[in-house]
Design a protein around this ligand. Structure first.
Ligand SMILES: Nc1ncnc2c1ncn2[C@@H]1O[C@H](COP(=O)(O)OP(=O)(O)OP(=O)(O)O)[C@@H](O)[C@H]1O
Ligand SMILES: [Mg+2]
Length: 275
């Protein structure tokens, strides 16, 4: 169950409604590792009643494979309708997906073909496209999707992207939602859920402060702690006072944890791990 995120969920639902009403929409959900981007995309999928939902997710080990992510998005039943495309678009898509020999297709033609396919699908029911982990999309798929979302018009299509910071340049200028940590009260509730035996109030406040409400950190950090630590018996580092007088933790214990999770991201687009 999602904790907090009321405003964000309402915004997502408004976009779903706009697609149901025949107006295209898009949103880039941005934020650090573990902040809840995928959780919000899952929320959209759950709320997308009456819509078709297509999904793709960047895979770090597939970054070097042209159009790998696009294939995820356009897989059957869409590919069954290839014959309905104009021949240049159809052949471009076939070449993109290795269904036909020939030189690499032009992004422009693959983009047009994708637009046509998505529009056709949206002619049956409003269409929701969820594209997660954009930082790991292959370049070609990202270029095509960037082309497509900028050409959506009065169509029942809504596209949501999830991307770790920093944002991908190809998505710049699109409407975005920058996700930060949960509000303190929601973070406390999530932490209480994660620690069935309960947490000493002071310890809880420190964890909430150190995680800055990052849900993944709130769920994972307690795993390495002992019952004594939950009860307040672990050596909390002293708080330091800022010049303004307010105190804050002298270290941020969860940040190395999050850095580790996102380490592969920072260098990812230029140096994919598998080409
Ligand atoms: N609002 C929330 N309430 C409760 N749990 C949440 C919330 N947001 C995220 N979570 C949980 O926190 C964990 C991390 O969330 P999620 O996977 O969505 O992060 P992410 O931003 O997609 O991270 P990454 O960049 O690594 O893909 C998941 O277990 C998810 O279920
Ligand atoms: Mg995610």
């Amino acid at each position: 169950m999602l904790r907090g995120r009321g405003d964000e969920c309402r915004r997502l639902e408004r976009l779903l409604d706009s697609a149901r009403g025949g107006t295209s929409a898009m949103l880039v959900i941005r934020g650090e590792a573990g902040v809840g981007k995928t959780a919000l995309l899952d929320y959209v999928a759950e709320r997308a009643s009456g819509c078709s939902v297509v999904r793709a997710s960047g895979v770090e080990s597939e970054m070097g494979y042209p159009f790998a992510a696009l294939l995820q998005l356009l897989r059957a039943p869409i590919l069954r309708n290839l014959e309905q495309l104009a021949p240049p678009q159809r052949d471009a898509l076939r070449r993109a997906f290795g269904l036909m020999e020939g030189p690499p297709p032009q992004t422009y033609l693959v983009g047009l073909a994708t637009l046509t396919m998505l529009s056709r699908l949206a002619g049956e029911r409003p269409l929701v496209c969820l594209v997660d982990d954009v930082q790991w999309l292959d370049r070609e798929s990202l270029a095509v999707l960037s082309f497509v979302v900028r050409r959506l018009a009065a169509e029942p299509i809504v596209v949501f992207f999830g991307v770790r910071e920093p944002n991908e340049p190809e998505l710049s200028g699109l409407p975005d939602l920058v996700l930060t940590g949960l509000a303190e009260a929601d973070a406390r509730l999530l932490l209480d859920e994660a620690v069935p035996g309960g947490v000493d109030e002071q310890v809880r406040d420190r964890i909430v402060a150190e995680t800055r409400g990052n849900p993944l950190a709130l769920l994972e950090l307690p795993r390495g702690m002992t019952p004594a630590e939950f009860a307040g018996g672990f050596g909390l580092p002293p708080r330091t006072s800022s010049p303004g007088g307010s105190s804050r933790p002298s270290h941020v214990g969860c940040r190395p944890f999050l850095k580790k999770r996102s380490a592969t991201c920072s260098s990812s687009r230029r140096t994919p791990s598998a080409m």
